[in-house]
Design a protein around this ligand. Structure first.
Ligand code: G6P
Length: 613
């Protein structure tokens, strides 16, 4: 949640920060602001709304500065407003700070500061931390900002990535992180700081991922990393392998549409170099080097949130079927606060697009403490979850910017399928024929996705027809049950239509009461083990006059007779079907959202990377 950008060097800082904030808007977009420092003068500008609103408000303002920090916010403490927007200024006006995260013990600190006479201009926890730092400086013989920050951070609990600049320090940004990401780009005589690499990529490919409990003192020509014990830490420089084009819209109206249409190539990239259709083998170093841990797992627990959790549910079905290992799928947010039983010999699969979701990260730390082996299925290279994992496989879907996850989900499914196939082969729980067939089916997926995308227009027409519905029901069975959940999630996220996903049989235990001639019911009814059963469920909805939309396998002659509208996908093995069946649902949600005039890349209240619990 919240995007942060900082710059110190010889360029004008504001354009770099503004462009960076636009790239990070997926992390939050209810207000934004910048602080610029020039000749001992700190100028702070902030505005409720999107970064474009800030940009407009900045016209005619003094932006001349070669050091500055900027923030785009997803509100936690305090409503979205100009005064709660970051950067915040300290009481004496000498410091400006931006923050991504939550200071959990802010209330106590605030009380103490209020007793000392501090006044607050916002409702944020950030302003409390900032004045706390000012107060520490005051009470410690006006110690350096770095020292004051170190003392403060030892006293606060919660998560943070903060950037600080100081009136009397003309070229230095001080940064610190715990639980919220921070990347520092290394240029020639300049440094860039950001929540992820997207604001940095066009200036330099050399970056340092700052670790938890590290402080960075960043000047144009110098980067010093220290731990909270004031010992220097050697920065580990990584080369980015991301291209600028990957984070631009490339002619599409929205990032979400671009990302949906990228899926043939992102799935191909995910399989490339791993799935060898000629040799009929899967080579993934993360798996090959840890075959024993994986294949001898007593149990697999999958931890994830949101769409990634839905990928976990699909994986549960696939892994149990192919590998005969018991699998449990848990919301990371629940796992971390209960007293789960995790034993040595348990394998945890962590699924995350961003690799920064706070609940998933903390859940993994907890599981790791208990001796579990962690396998990460992550999209963002170098992210915190990728780094905490013992082993893993990247989804290689490239940067996903639309808030509603699309290509990352299909990438996750492809990786999880390869993982299940590899374990099953090592364990001997799959026949050679089944293994070979599934492998070839998987290889053919990008082409089948192309076929679906060619018919996107049909889904646009359906979207126009159903866009005014107030509720939707999504039903699926077996491997397609999680897809029903995902279809409902996509629709509610970006169209604000209430939608529920359900296992089709379970529908009779409640949701059927909602069915009338206004309710669209989307069935994922492809040819599989459950086909006859789901046809019966369609009959039940039809008998109650529900409006049926079905996703079917081409050539199916039964479902069309029961459906008001249907969309055909190419035939595919039922284990792999979710990679295909989800795509029409992504498109349906996209077209309904855009038909309703919603900014689908930045739907209200959501953020892409949930770095607060
Ligand atoms: C947010 C995003 C979802 C995502 C979920 C989990 O809710 O809007 O698209 O599925 O977080 O995020 P992760 O990055 O861990 O997959």
């Amino acid at each position: 949640m919240c995007g942060i950008v900082g710059y110190t060097g010889s360029r004008q800082a504001y354009p770099v920060i503004l462009k960076g904030l636009k790239r990070l808007e997926y992390r939050g977009y209810d207000s934004s602001g910048v602080a610029l420092l020039k000749d001992g003068k700190l100028n702070v500008y902030k505005k409720k709304g999107k970064v474009a609103d800030l940009e407009e408000a900045m016209i005619g303002k003094d932006i001349d500065a070669s050091i500055g920090i900027g923030h785009t916010r997803w509100a936690t403490h305090g409503e979205p407003s100009d005064r709660n927007a970051h950067p915040h200024s300290s009481s004496n006006g000498k410091l400006a700070m931006i923050h991504n995260g939550i200071i959990e013990n802010y209330a106590q600190i605030k009380q103490d500061l209020v007793k000392k006479g501090y006044q607050f201009t916002s409702d944020t926890d950030t302003e409390v931390l900032l004045n706390f730092i000012e107060d520490i400086q005051k009470n410690n013989d006006h110690c350096s900002l770095e020292e004051a920050l170190r003392i403060a951070l030892k006293r606060v609990s919660g998560a943070y990535c903060i950037l600080l600049i100081e009136q009397d320090n003309p070229d230095t940004i001080i940064a610190a992180r715990k639980g919220s990401p921070l990347v520092i780009g290394i240029g020639k005589g300049e440094h860039f700081l950001a929540s992820d690499a997207s604001p940095i990529i066009e200036y330099t490919k050399e970056v340092v991922y700052v670790n938890d409990y590290e402080l960075a003192i960043v000047k144009p020509d110098e980067l010093i990393l220290k731990n909270l014990g004031n010992e220097k830490v050697t920065p580990y420089i990584t080369k980015l392998d991301m291209e600028l084009a990957a984070i631009e819209k490339g002619g599409y109206d929205h990032f979400m549409l671009k990302e949906i249409f990228e899926q043939p190539s992102t799935i191909y990239d995910c399989l490339r170099g791993r799935l060898d259709a000629k040799e009929l083998s899967i080579k993934m170093s993360g798996i090959d080097q840890h075959v024993n841990e994986l294949m001898n797992a007593n149990r697999i627990m999958i931890l994830a949130c949101g769409t990634s959790w839905h990928a976990g549910l699909v994986a549960e079905y696939i892994i149990e079927e192919l590998c005969r290992i018991p699998v449990e799928v848990e919301y990371a947010s629940e796992f971390r606060y209960r007293n789960p039983i995790v034993n040595k010999g348990d394998v945890i699969i962590a699924i995350s697009q961003s690799g920064e979701t706070a609940d998933t990260l903390v859940a993994l730390e907890k599981a790791k403490e208990n001796g579990a082996f962690i396998f990460g299925v992550v999209n963002a290279v170098g992210s915190s979850i990728a780094r905490i994992s013992n082993a893993g496989a990247y989804t290689h879907a490239g940067p996903e910017i639309g808030v509603a996850s699309t290509k990352a989900f299909t990438g996750q499914l492809a990786v999880l399928m390869m993982l299940a196939l590899a374990i099953a082969k090592h364990k001997g729980t799959i026949t050679a024929d089944r293994y070979n067939n599934l492998l070839l089916e998987l290889e053919g997926i990008p082409e089948k996705v192309e076929v679906i995308l060619k018919n996107a227009g049909e889904l646009k027409k359906m979207a126009d027809k159903y866009k005014n519905a107030s509720d939707f029901l999504f039903l699926g069975r077996g491997y397609n049950f999680p897809v029903a959940l995902e279809g409902a999630l996509k629709l509610k996220e970006i169209s604000y239509i209430h939608a529920e996903g359900y296992p089709a049989a379970e529908m009779k235990h409640g949701p059927i009461a909602l069915v009338d001639d206004q309710l669209p019911v989307v069935f994922i009814a492809t040819q599989d083990t459950y086909h006859e059963k789901i046809v019966s469920n369609m009959q039940e909805i039809k008998a109650r006059k529900g409006r049926i939309i079905s996703i079917i396998t081409e050539g199916d002659t039964v479902c069309p007779t029961l459906s008001d509208d249907y969309f055909s996908i190419p035939a595919v093995d039922e284990l792999i079907a979710p990679i295909l069946t989800v795509i029409p649902l992504q498109l349906l949600a996209y077209y309904v959202g855009t038909a309703k005039g919603i900014d689908v890349d930045k739907p209200r209240n959501l953020a892409k990377s949930v770095t607060v619990e």
